[in-house]
Design a protein around this ligand. Sequence first.
Ligand code: SAH
Ligand code: SF4
Length: 406
Amino acid sequence: MSFSIDLARPTGPRQAAAPEKGSLVGLSRESLGEALRGIGVPDRQVRMRVQQLWHWLYVRGVSDFSDMANVSKDMRAELARHFTIARPEIVEEQISADGTRKWLFRFPPRGAGRPVEIETVYIPEEGRGTLCISSQVGCTLTCSFCHTGTQKLVRNLTSEEILSQLLVARDRLGDFPDRDTPDGAIVPAEGRKVSNIVMMGMGEPLYNFDNVKQALLVAADGDGLSLSKRRITLSTSGVVPEITRTGEEIGVMLAISLHAVRDDLRDMLVPINKKYPLKELMEACRRYPGLSNARRITFEYVMLKDVNDSLADAKELVRLLRGIPAKINLIPFNPWPGTNYQCWDWETIETFADYVNSAGYASPIRTPRGRDILAACGQLKSESERMRKSERLALEAMMIAGHGEA
Ligand code: SAH
Ligand code: SF4
């Protein structure tokens, strides 16, 4: 059982950002300072104003200038005349039977484009909560088992749009401090609803490097949202030239969508492999800045029945990763309408996992979450290509035929 709240109704907490005004959300401190100078804030005040705004935006989570209590009324009015800090429009919020939540966001057009829609997923677990963030609308890549890959790239998300997914999730989960807490409130490190973020939603984050970098650096900033970089994971299908930069310039944890251990098979499953084959990918992983036993690379491996799930594949996987501090994340394939791949079977996946485990790799099997609301890995696809009812029914039937544990 799942339910869905239509937040696009006028009575919902929807706040459509005014597209004509520039947003102050997701800017670096330097750009924020520039924006303030641009509206005539004197140089000697800029640093202090940036600090104030940073606190209101990222510690208190306000989305209206009028809530910035220690900023003068005139200044608030001036800011509101030129800029916005409003949240994006939430079209729909769905809550799965297992507590997973999925939001459908609509962002205003950029330039001559149309409004776009993307999805963000929140997965609560014992002692932690992970937010799965999208970086693009659609994807240029066409991994054959991925639902997002069937949707053409519409555009990159801006740093504001990437960061807003985190801000709205924290709003909706009550993860910002109460209005009544003292001014000096800091975001507590413990007990947060969103304790981790993963760039594993729609899109290839390394094809939108600059915006992803900026958003993640704001999320990790110790005077604001202060998410530890060890709790931020960026997943890539293998954009080799940007992997080293990710470590050097962003410094977050890395996940690689591996899925196959031979070039001929990976060329088919993850076609970017034709451009950057396994040898180059593995070399980039070995050189990943900051790599150590305490900071391992996660290798994601989607289990596709009779395609990549044999014991020989498991053996080759262990050989391929030799010498790299690694975790292996086995992901049961999540079906979607129109796919030719089949769901995993438990015995095969366990045999695979046992082999990899006995070779010394932690290899948790990722329990599918939120399948009833199509929120599991690889099932995201913006509702601009919304599923027809008949497709939904077909999917449900597939999942029942598969393992019925959706
Ligand atoms: N584009 C990036 C990040 C988004 S995909 C990447 O490919 O890494 C997040 C993870 O979900 C990737 O490992 C992806 O390969 C996996 N995935 C895609 N479709 C899936 C499906 N149908 N079932 C299970 N996992 C899937
Ligand atoms: Fe794009 Fe990642 Fe899906 Fe491949 S798996 S199509 S890179 S979103």
